[in-house]
Every structure is written in structure tokens, then in C-alpha cells.
Design a protein around this ligand. Structure first.
Ligand code: HAM
Length: 403
């Protein structure tokens, strides 16, 4: 027997129903906010992720499913969705149109991580990317959209927020941080020692408790924002306050992807263990330029579908469609023709074997059908059907053609 690869899972039965419910709910809400569907290939040039997610990020250095294809191209399975959407945006020359463009997508992402609960190597995201709107009002709007999606799915969350500044304030802050980190270098973990040069900001969200306590007094970017970033952050928090959306400012929230600036956020759940982030996102105003497009501000997010799978409150199942069964062998053929006709309008389950009344009633119940429609000796002779509405319990015997 061949099993799925480590860290990869099939979506079957109840999980696939949950998956569909999540996608349908998120899609309905994203459309209300003006987002249209986009699909990009799973396989992309490796250079795309090096340039966007970042050469020194864990995702690029350790987690990519990267290989040379038969044509000798360096390719990789997408570890996230934003880079591909930005590439598609630039490829289609949408960066040259004055219109604001908003896209939603969902699909498989691949990261060669150490699998554990909530951390898979093949997982699904639902994401949205909004291009062309530089106003912080869009950041607020996106946060309210994610909140509405989680509310519609019955999921509680905590919102963590930070500002990562911009090309004016970030470099000065980075220099200050490196100076501080250098003074405590010896005491930091090996990863952080390396990051001082390659990616000092990532030291801030190191999970090592010694590093965390050493960093308690390190300078905070939020205290060193330039006027414009500071104003935007204040506007965002004031809007969230007035909308009664609870959040906590987490000055160590830096995200694992290098393309962010200004607002960065994560939605976390305390119900799912250590891998608690259920959605993440933020602003990435420079990424379109990095990928050779015209300067275009952008902001987006992605929800981890597997992370919320068990949190989703599924709606009560409603009875739907028709169950068709016969008590006599000759009744099956007319039912097959009836099924074809009825499938033009509703879901139909047909039992191919003649069975007793009770057995059919059980079958109709199991199928979740609204109507149980049966043919017995009498119905066969009269050209009628026995129909029971399993919700109202009403019974009728209409002509076969009239039903
Ligand atoms: P991310 O934070 O890397 O952001 O991933 C978003 C979400 O995907 C996480 O919050 C988590 O729920 C889920 N996730 C990540 N890795 C795994 C894994 N190994 N197993 C299961 N679930 C996982 C991004 O990917 C950005 N592209 C989000 C974004 C869109 N930012 C702007 N636009």
C-alpha cells in the first residue's frame, strides 16, 4: 500500500465538507469586498520566491520543494500565494492600469517543514491581495474582512498587530537593532547569531526563551517609526478601536516573509496548540517593483485552511433532494428515467436494488433526502409514485409524469 508523503494529507469525507464550507464562506465575503478569482501555477521559477519571500528567510533557505525540471530550469512548488499573484499581476501588465485590482485565491502550498500538529508540508491557504490602494483604510478594511470570515465560520481569534515601517525608518532602526544585538551576541542562540548579519529583524520573533528575555530591552521599531508610518499606525488602531475590534500590539511580530512594510498582522487561536497562527498578512508596497512592475502599493492576507478546519462550526445539515427506491424489480427502470429528469433540478439518490419499505426509509434518511419516493406493486400498476416529505411528514401519490 502506498501512503501519502510525510506531512501531506488527503481531504476526504467530513474534512472535504469542511474545506468546501470554508472556501464558500470566504469566497462569498471576499466577493462582497470586490475581490475576483485568480489562479496561478503551483510551479514557479525559484527566483520568484528568492526575490519576494527573501533569500535569507527560513522558507527560502530551508523549506522549498525545489528541483531542476527536464528543461534544466530551476523551479519550485509555491510555498505561499502572494508572490505568484504579484508575478501574474505584472505579467498581465495590470501595474500599468490606473484601476485598483483585488484578487482572491485558494489552493495548495508546499513547505518542507518538520511536520507536527497544524504544520504540514502540503497545506491550503485562502488568500486575498489588493493592489493599487496605498491608504491605511484598506488595511483596516482587510482586517474587518478577515474578522467577518472568522465570525461567519464561528471561529474566535486574537488579532496581533505591528508596523514594520518603511524604507525611510526601517534602515535606521535596523542599524540600532544590530548595534544592540552585537552587544548581546554571545548569549543569543546560534540561529540568531547568524541572523544579526543576514536578517536582524527576524531575531525579534525567535522562539528561544533566552533570546526573548534578552530582547526585552532592545529598541522597538514602533517607537522609531517615521511621521507617515506613525500616523498610519495611529489611524489604523483608532479605526479598530472605534469598530470595537480587539487587537494587541506585538512589537516582536515581524512575519516570516521579507516583503512586508507598514502594517503587519496575525490572527491567532488559543484552541489549536503551538501552531496558533490561523491567518497572516500585511502591506507590501515594494513587492510589485521588486518583481519588475511599476510601483504599486498592495496589502493582503492568507488564512491557513487546515489550521481552522477543526474550529469551524458547521451549519446544521438540511434535508435536500430526493431518494428513489422500488419494492419490485420492474420499478427500477422507471425510477432511473425519473432520476435523470429530476437531476435537472435537484440532488437524487437512486437505490438500484428492490428492497422492503423500512429499508428504503432508512436509506432515504441516510442519504439526507427531503423526499422519499417509492414504487410498490400498486404504484407500478397505476403509473403513480408514493411520495413522503420527510420534513413535514406529508404523503402523496402523484402520477409519475406529474411529479
Ligand atoms: P504566512 O503567515 O506564511 O503568510 O501563512 C499564512 C497562514 O498559512 C498561516 O497563518 C498559517 O495559518 C498557514 N500556514 C503556514 N504554514 C503552514 C504549514 N506548514 N502548515 C499548515 N498551515 C500553514 C503567507 O503565506 C502570506 N503569503 C500571506 C499574505 C498574503 N500576506 C500578504 N498577502
Amino acid at each position: 500500500m502506498i501512503n501519502p508523503l510525510r506531512g501531506m494529507k488527503d481531504l476526504t469525507f467530513q474534512e472535504s465538507q469542511r474545506f468546501n464550507h470554508i472556501i464558500e464562506t470566504a469566497t462569498t465575503i471576499a466577493k462582497r469586498y470586490g475581490y475576483g478569482y485568480i489562479e496561478t501555477p503551483i510551479l514557479e521559477e525559484t527566483a520568484l520566491f528568492r526575490r519576494s519571500v527573501g533569500d535569507s528567510s527560513d522558507i527560502v533557505t530551508k523549506e522549498m520543494y525545489q528541483f531542476e525540471d527536464k528543461g534544466g530550469n530551476d523551479v519550485c512548488m509555491r510555498p505561499e500565494g502572494t508572490a505568484g499573484v504579484v508575478r501574474a499581476f505584472v505579467s498581465a501588465k495590470l501595474d500599468r492600469q490606473p484601476l485598483k485590482q483585488k484578487f482572491y485565491y485558494y489552493g495548495s502550498m508546499f513547505r518542507y517543514e518538520r511536520p507536527q500538529k497544524g504544520r504540514l508540508r502540503s497545506f491550503h491557504q485562502f488568500g486575498c491581495e489588493s493592489f493599487g490602494e496605498g491608504s491605511v483604510y484598506e488595511d483596516f478594511t482587510i482586517i474587518t474582512m478577515i474578522g467577518q470570515i472568522f465570525q461567519a465560520l464561528g471561529i474566535g481569534y486574537e488579532l496581533k498587530l505591528n508596523s514594520l515601517g518603511c524604507s525611510d525608518c526601517m534602515p535606521t532602526y535596523k542599524r540600532d537593532l544590530v548595534t544592540t544585538l552585537t552587544t548581546i551576541e554571545e548569549e543569543l542562540c546560534g540561529d540568531c547569531q547568524r541572523r544579526i548579519q543576514s536578517n536582524p529583524i527576524r531575531v525579534l520573533d525567535c522562539k528561544n526563551s533566552t533570546c526573548q528575555s534578552l530582547l526585552a530591552t532592545a529598541p522597538k521599531l514602533i517607537d522609531h517609526l517615521c511621521e507617515s508610518c506613525n500616523q498610519d499606525f495611529k489611524t489604523l488602531t483608532a479605526l479598530l478601536d472605534s469598530a470595537d475590534i480587539a487587537y494587541c500590539v506585538d512589537t516582536h511580530l515581524v512575519r516570516g516573509l521579507d516583503y512586508y512594510n507598514k502594517s503587519a498582522f496575525e490572527f491567532v487561536s488559543d484552541q489549536i496548540g503551538a501552531q496558533s497562527a490561523i491567518a497572516g498578512g500585511g502591506r507590501y508596497d515594494k513587492l510589485v517593483e521588486y518583481l519588475d512592475g511599476k510601483p504599486t502599493p498592495a496589502v493582503g492576507f492568507a488564512i491557513g485552511i487546515e489550521r481552522i478546519m477543526e474550529l469551524v462550526q458547521m451549519p446544521e445539515p438540511t434535508r435536500e433532494g430526493i431518494y428513489l427506491g422500488s419494492m419490485v424489480a420492474e420499478g427500477i427502470a422507471p425510477l432511473l428515467h425519473l432520476a435523470t429528469r429530476k437531476r435537472q433540478e435537484t440532488k437524487v439518490t437512486v437505490e438500484y436494488n428492490p428492497k422492503g419499505f423500512k429499508s428504503h426509509m432508512k436509506g432515504a434518511d441516510k442519504a439526507g433526502a427531503r423526499y422519499c419516493v417509492l414504487i410498490g406493486e400498486d404504484e407500478l400498476a397505476n403509473g403513480t409514485l408514493w411520495v413522503k416529505d420527510l420534513q413535514t411528514k406529508e404523503e402523496q401519490t402523484p402520477n409519475r409524469e406529474a411529479f
